[in-house]
Design a binder for this molecule. Structure first.
Ligand code: G16
Ligand code: MG
Length: 220
């Protein structure tokens, strides 16, 4: 019996990945490290500080900053990001997602959020989706980034459900690995080949089918 659906935010509910990208790019200008779209893919689902570490390694500057300076750089990136997401509104909800949330609720299944973003609550508020969520895992309390399952386990605990009876939905490889390690059923959104470890994959949010997920979960 499915007790919960646990969602990733960026790339599943809304496309904030482009804002993270622009904000990192802006920071990159300041520290003279170029960030392109391809590299940005490897930052999806990865926490702010870990993303910064990866960027510094890319620019071969991992030993140039103290911890305090790194924290300041991460804060600068966040300021750029928060400025960009201020204008997010319900029109930025990805296609099909609000109907899916409604269908889950109609079936009396709980809904949780497992986003690595410390800005997740603000984004959900701006999208007007807050009331659908029974529990939002606090990324600030999460010590280990995806692919570690910690944030998904935190969400299942907060919802008071068994991970084995939970469905996780993700657009990033690191996220699918996290869901699988949490012993949940994994739903990928995006490219079939790159998300090949997911139990089931839909090409985009519009095509996510509640009944198909339920049936394939039951069959496994
Ligand atoms: C998201 C993004 C990541 C971002 C992380 C932390 O994860 O995909 O690119 O670095 O959150 O965000 P913030 O800097 O706002 O705390 P998810 O798990 O929602 O895909
Ligand atoms: Mg994501």
């Amino acid at each position: 019996m499915i007790e919960a659906f646990i969602f990733d935010l960026d790339g599943v509910i809304t496309d904030t990945a482009k804002f993270h990208y622009l904000a990192w790019k802006e920071l990159g200008l300041k520290i003279d490290i170029e960030i392109d779209e391809e590299f940005n893919e490897s930052l999806k689902g990865i926490s702010r500080m870990e993303s910064l570490e990866r960027i510094l390694i890319k620019g071969n500057k991992q030993n140039e900053f103290t911890l305090k300076e790194k924290e300041d750089l991460a804060n600068d990136k966040n300021k750029y990001y928060v400025e960009l997401i201020k204008h997010i509104s319900p029109k930025d909800i990805l296609p099909g997602i609000e109907n899916l949330l409604k269908e889950i609720k109609l079936n009396n299944i709980k809904i949780g959020l497992a986003s690595a973003s410390k800005n997740a609550t603000m984004v959900l508020n701006n999208l007007g989706l807050n009331s659908y969520f029974d529990f939002i895992a606090d990324a600030a309390k999460c010590k280990n980034s995806k692919p570690n399952p910690e944030i998904f386990i935190m969400a299942a605990n907060g919802l008071d459900v068994d991970p084995l009876n939970s469905i996780g939905i993700e657009d990033a490889m690191a996220g699918i690995d996290a869901i699988n390690s949490a012993n949940m059923y994994s739903v990928g959104v995006g490219d079939k080949d790159s998300l090949n470890k997911a139990n089931i994959v839909f090409e985009n949010t519009q095509t996510i089918d509640f009944n198909q997920i339920v049936n394939s979960y039951k069959a496994c």
